[in-house]
Design a protein around this ligand. Sequence first.
Ligand code: P1T
Length: 381
Amino acid sequence: MKFATKTIHAGVQPDPLTGAVMTPIYQTSTYAQESPGKHKGYEYARTQNPTRSVLESNLAALENGQFGFTFASGLAATDAIIKLLKAGDEVICGNDLYGGTYRIFRQVFARFNIKSHFVSMEDPQNITNFINENTRMIWIETPTNPLMNIADIEAITKIGKAHKLMTVVDNTFATPYLQNPLDLGASIVVHSVTKYLGGHSDVIMGAVITNDEKIAENIGFLQNSCGAVPSPNDAFLVLRGIKTLHLRMKAHSENARAVAEFLHEHPKVGKVYYPGFPSHTGHEIAKKQMRDFGGMLSFTLVDDDLQKSIQLMEKLQLFTLAESLGGVESLCGHPASMTHAAIPKAEREKNGLKDSLIRLSIGIEDKEDLIADLERVLEEI
Ligand code: P1T
């Protein structure tokens, strides 16, 4: 099956009980058993839920994976993956990551003696400098949040395999429409389903997808044992959202390209962080591993003036100032005080994340209206 067909059909069958074409919301916490242990494959809804199972099969198919698991949030999915490790293990992470991912490594799992190193993934050789006998995992985002850096998934998974490490790719920004890390050798794909997969800013959810049977068995065990599962209602909403993923990602990518080009030409704009530009350091790798460049971009003003950046975000009308991304509506955000505030300022700046940086999640409105909104505000500040 090709991608668009998979979004609509993979894992989805008319309901065996009624023939309902849309997967029903099985809003139940438990299931009747005929005799102890004699049941229809469903015992308790933390462990299995038919609405969730359909979504998990669908997500696995989209990522060309065999096994899919959903969680109550992207961070709950991240939490489950880190719990594959034990005290004393070490992880090498990209140095530009969602602030919450940094926080869970540094402020939660550090307490359980899981050590994390944050290094630039633009040159995969940086990883080898940190590998020792305790290293178990490499963790990357590509494109990264919020600097839109690109990591070479194939090159990094090769290093991972050579040292028997798991390579985890957070594919939230790209989505499986644009990039399939498992095909490039990744051990695990993680998603904040909250974003493009859900697509409508109305659900918090995460997902883990893998082709590795042993990893799948452990993630399934952790999903049930730790219990951060999503609700069947949310599983229904995400199944519904995914049916238009291909159409939305095409529109997000087209609009983001137009907005990036507009900003690039504007005299009041400083740097535009967008991997679709041939001048972007990761452009060639992005072209190799992605089908388009996605709907996210960041930029600074020419004088790096924080107050003007804030004014701009306050004055935009079509871009709502809010955390999150990947919905049909455009959002703007201030990473330093919002999504990446958990990273100490010195660390942020060392990695190139300026306080004046503005992040845009480009929606699927008419691009002329988005550009007009930005043009008006850039004029006013
Ligand atoms: O918010 P949650 O569903 O728990 O997902 C966490 C997460 C994981 N990975 C990436 C790349 C993310 O961007 C996120 C969440 N990010 C935001 C809320 C944000 O505005 O960047």
